[in-house]
Write a protein that binds this ligand. Structure first.
Ligand code: ADP
Ligand code: ADP
Length: 235
């Protein structure tokens, strides 16, 4: 059993009198500390898989476990950066990055006393992704790519044990994207969290991941699992 463990999961969306079977018999295990990538055709259920593992939705059949516990609500040890940065326009970038600290226990309790330390961490993270000095700007003053980078900082601010990334680099130009790959690899090696990355980019998957999962077209399930075993430079 993995740190993230989905077994025989079935998930159907219903509405307007129709039913869409998004996942059928999906089984997948990601070990603690591993960097996993999930690839597959558009609509195969990758985002659905991410929502299941973070407890945003529940399966109709099968089991979803994170850290050996059945997922029955939002997974507080997870940091999430999904495709579209959803930053609050009336808060600065720094305040957006710190948002999970106001929501996720136990960080919420600590925020009062440790606001200065957390502010420093937020500024460090912004600097790591190339946004030093942009904390005081509002999200709508940033480009799409810059918002995506800030979104990544927000996913990391509460020191998550599990990092869930759904196409997090899509709005970045090729050069910035490859810089961010290196940043991700360094962060993963340094902090030791478990990562699941959804991507369309096979180069990205192979560069970043220890294990690549390939999904079939809808209804989605894992059809290939491949461990990337060639030696890669570790920071
Ligand atoms: P991917 O991330 O691989 O593109 P998704 O998980 O977003 O795939 O979607 C899987 C399937 O479920 C698709 O056919 C999609 O149209 C359908 N789907 C996703 N979300 C919903 C929803 N809220 N209601 C109905 N169908 C949905
Ligand atoms: P991307 O979407 O890839 O981040 P853009 O082409 O929109 O890039 O912006 C290119 C660069 O212009 C950014 O990386 C940043 O350095 C600068 N830039 C964009 N928006 C702003 C802003 N509001 N203030 C200062 N610099 C900015």
């Amino acid at each position: 059993t993995g740190f993230v463990d989905l077994r025989d999961v079935q998930l159907a969306y219903s509405g307007h009198g129709t039913e869409t079977l998004a996942l059928d018999g999906l089984t997948m295990a990601v070990n603690r500390g591993e960097f996993a990538a999930v690839v597959g055709p558009s609509g195969c259920g990758k985002s659905t898989l991410m929502k299941l593992a973070t407890g945003l939705i529940r399966p109709q059949a099968g089991t979803v476990e994170v850290a050996a516990r059945e997922v029955d609500g939002p997974v507080s040890i997870a940091g999430m950066a999904f495709q579209n940065p959803s930053m609050l326009p009336w808060r600065t970038t720094l305040q957006n990055v710190m948002l999970p600290l106001e929501i996720v226990q136990p960080h919420r309790k600590r925020l009062g006393r440790e606001r200065a330390a957390y502010t420093q961490l937020a500024e460090e993270l912004l600097s790591v992704v190339g946004l030093a000095g942009f904390g005081a700007k509002y999200p709508w003053q940033l480009s799409g790519g810059m918002q995506q980078r800030a979104n990544l900082c927000r996913a990391l601010i509460h020191d998550p044990e599990l990092l869930m990334l759904d196409e997090p680099f899509g709005a970045l130009d090729a050069f910035t994207r490859e810089e961010l790959w290196q940043v991700m690899r360094d962060l993963h090696a340094e902090k030791g969290f478990t990562t699941i990355l959804v991507t369309h980019d096979l180069r990205e998957a192979v560069f970043l991941a220890d294990r690549v999962f390939v999904m079939s077209a809808r209804p989605g399930r894992i059809i290939v699992e491949h461990e990337i075993s060639f030696p890669r430079p570790r920071p």
